[in-house]
Design a protein around this ligand. Structure first.
Ligand code: ZN
Length: 196
């Protein structure tokens, strides 16, 4: 039976690298996969994942009104279609509730495993919409671990920096700003906003 996997990690935990690795493992055996990534531009152009780790893969853009179930189903029923062995999702935190529900139908009705990779909490430690619904719906939940930027504890949070200063207020999704993010542990997160 196929399952819905949610693999979460903070910034720079190698999520995109992991997707590329999983895709490679399938394709090496001649098994096709589909890779989706939420469109941040809203222009429907192809998204590239993994550029930071030195490998790049094109991903099918997901718009707000994309129906992921229909999209996967179309890919499996095209005359030229290969059997799809796995669906991979990059930046799954940016998906909407209906996208996650559509992914559960890909698993349960099409019997195709879905692996969704993404952040869990935002820079204000609130769950993203996609993360919330993946935590509710996923069959298997796994953490991709990385180390705090400032100490040697496990990073579980992210700090947003603007002009080099940590900020803990603002929009959840900032597009085209000069923000920078660092993975941190809880202690360093709290320490960044307390000046004693
Ligand atoms: Zn730390």
């Amino acid at each position: 039976m196929a399952q819905l996997y949610y693999k979460y990690g903070t910034m720079n935990s190698g999520k995109s690298f992991e997707i590329i690795k999983v895709a490679h493992n399938y394709e090496e055996q001649g098994k096709s996969v589909l890779i989706f990534s939420p469109s941040m531009s809203g222009r429907g152009t192809q998204e590239l994942i993994g550029s930071r780790v030195g490998f790049e893969r094109a991903a099918i853009p997901v718009e707000h009104d994309t129906n992921l179930y229909d999209s996967v189903k179309t890919h499996t029923t095209l005359p030229s279609a290969n059997k799809i062995y796995c669906v991979l999702i990059d930046e799954a935190q940016f998906l909407k509730k209906h996208h996650i529900e559509e992914l559960t139908r890909v698993v349960d009705e099409l019997n195709i495993p879905v692996m969704a990779f993404g952040l869990k909490n935002d820079f204000q430690n609130e769950l993203f919409e996609g993360s919330y619904h993946l935590l509710v719906q996923a069959d298997k939940i796994e953490e991709i671990k990385t180390i705090c930027w400032y100490c040697d504890r496990k990073a579980t949070m992210v700090i947003r920096f603007r002009d080099g200063q940590p900020v803990n207020a603002g929009q959840q999704i900032q597009i085209g700003g000069n923000e920078d993010y660092k993975p941190v542990c809880r202690r360093c997160y709290n320490g960044a906003f307390h000046t004693e």
